[in-house]
Design a protein around this ligand. Structure first.
Ligand SMILES: [Zn+2]
Length: 287
């Protein structure tokens, strides 16, 4: 059993038919759209079979071989040959996962902004579903990331208080880019200046020192592997009133909403593998 295989049986070697392959068999148009890499494990699981998710060059080839009608996302380098700055060694000439990336970095503003962008995309999909009622629309996730808590102590509160959206709204830049700008050895002065300029937050000298020293990661380097980011998130906690339980994927149950044929089954607790059966049944009913 491997947890790295994509589109395979639990033995990690036997390919299993994906929902997109079933749709192709029925002559239904297919598409994969993501704000993350189109060869990431999540989109790949709809169209490819590889023993290890890191084999993104094979994922790219298989997505094209299957003839997915619409492919929109990042990672052009896996579709380009090395001669054109890509990573393909066979020379082929070819042409909202970011919520997860922001939550890995414990960045509240970027997580919320990417979620709002995803919400807009769901709105467009819902409009389409209403005009095409034989379409099954499912909105879900493959996991939660970060364990974001929308509550915390402010600097002067005695009780827990809710998230400060007005403070979060002032963020101009993602924490990922701020930390990139700070580099490997930031000084407390540089940290204070960057946090003020990008996030409109005036942190104290002690807090800036904690970020510059990356104290949180030093306390628990195995669980906090993103340099500087978790120390920054920790310091920002009383200003934004957002806390984080983790820097990686959590075991939280997820929502699965839907509209259209079969969506009435999206109730109560379900194992996520049930979604495949519900989609397959809708595919059968639509033709
Ligand atoms: Zn992730």
């Amino acid at each position: 059993m491997t947890a790295r295989a994509v589109g395979m049986a639990p033995d990690g070697r036997t390919p299993l038919k994906t929902i997109l392959e079933l749709a192709k068999d029925k002559g239904v148009a297919t598409g994969l759209v993501t704000t993350s890499g189109i060869t990431d494990a999540t989109p790949a699981a709809f169209a490819a079979h590889v023993p290890h998710r890191s084999d993104e060059a094979s994922v790219a080839a298989q997505e094209l071989q299957l003839g997915v009608d619409v492919l929109m996302g990042g990672r052009k380098l896996f579709f380009l040959p090395e001669a054109q700055g890509g990573k393909r060694k066979d020379g082929r000439m070819i042409e909202g996962g970011r919520i997860d990336h922001a939550a890995h970095r414990n960045d509240a503003a970027a997580t919320i902004r990417d979620t709002l962008a995803f919400d807009e995309a769901v709105g467009v999909a819902l409009d389409f579903q209403r005009r095409n009622p034989d379409t099954l629309l499912i909105v879900t996730a493959d996991h939660e990331t970060g364990g974001m808590a929308l509550i915390g102590h402010s600097k002067d509160s005695k009780e827990y208080v809710g998230i400060d959206l007005s403070a979060i709204q002032k963020a101009q830049t993602s924490m990922e880019l701020i930390v990139d700008e700070l580099g490997k050895t930031p000084t407390p002065e540089k940290v204070r200046e960057a946090v003020k300029r990008h996030l409109a937050i005036q942190i104290t000298e002690d807090e800036a020192k904690l970020v510059a020293d990356d104290t949180i990661r030093k306390l628990d380097p195995k669980n906090y592997s993103y340099a500087t980011l978790h120390s920054l998130a920790f310091v920002l906690r009383p200003y934004l009133r957002v806390g984080w339980a983790s820097q990686t994927h959590t075991a939280s149950p997820l929502f699965a909403f839907g509209s259209g044929p079969g969506s009435e089954e999206l109730v109560g607790f379900r194992h996520n593998t049930e979604l495949f059966r519900i989609m397959k049944a809708a595919l059968g009913a639509s033709r």
